[in-house]
Design a protein. Structure first.
Lengths: 114, 108
């Protein structure tokens, strides 16, 4: 069990550029979540997958954001035409689908838009 | 709408000075209340899950309790290494809803 892995850990990009983050969940975890966290706030839900199906998207997830989990394993979160307000830590988490299972988080990907 | 409120926002303790952190929640159907610890620049680290009123769980100097409206994280004789932000979250409709956290600083 290597834990939830996120890459890159840090990304600095210019406003208007596209960025992509990758998440590798814990092996055999069928549920994968994306959250966003800004300084002094708790994580905010963005979206989640069960296997390859995207089951829910928050209204926070504007049209510039897209997430995929093509084979039900790793996931990517792409932000198009980045804005300064997108600067945050993007967290990925995973769990097994049964009741009462713990949700484990990765170390996060920091995005700074300049 | 599901809501989680944590208090205080920040807490400064002397080493060995016990205290409690509060998490009050409003949720349509609680399927678990989670506590996480988060160090600066890192992802949340799982501590406890509580499922029903009256349940208690302990880990080292930490004890979490749950009622129908709130949860407490009791810290007994804290050490400087307990300094972190403690996050509370409710699990409902297949996702976690977080509070804003309590930032704990423990001084030697």
């Amino acid at each position: 069990d290597t834990g939830v892995s996120q890459n890159p850990r840090h990304k600095i990009t210019k406003r208007g550029q596209n960025v992509t983050f990758r998440c590798d969940p814990i092996s055999e975890h069928n549920r994968l979540y994306w959250y966003r966290q800004t300084l002094g706030q708790g994580p905010e839900f963005l979206t989640y997958f069960q296997n390859e199906a995207q089951l829910e998207k928050s209204r926070l997830l504007s049209d510039r954001f897209s997430a995929e989990r093509p084979k039900g394993s790793f996931s990517t979160l792409e932000i198009q035409r980045t804005e300064q307000g997108d600067s945050a830590m993007y967290l990925c988490a995973s769990r097994n689908g049964g009741p009462g299972n713990t949700i484990y988080f990765g170390e996060g990907s920091w995005l700074t838009v300049v | 709408e599901d809501q989680v409120t944590q208090s205080p926002e920040a807490l400064r303790l002397q080493e060995g000075e016990s205290s409690s952190l509060n998490c009050s929640y409003t949720v349509s159907g609680l399927r678990g209340l989670f506590w996480y610890r988060q160090d600066p620049g890192k992802g949340p680290e799982f501590l406890f899950t509580l499922y029903s009123a009256g349940e208690e769980k302990e880990k080292e100097r930490l004890k979490a309790t749950l009622t129908k409206k709130e949860s407490f994280l009791h810290i007994t004789a804290p050490k400087p290494e307990d300094s972190a932000t403690y996050l509370c979250a409710v699990y409902n409709t297949d996702k976690l809803i977080f509070g804003t956290g309590t930032r704990l600083q423990v001084f030697p």
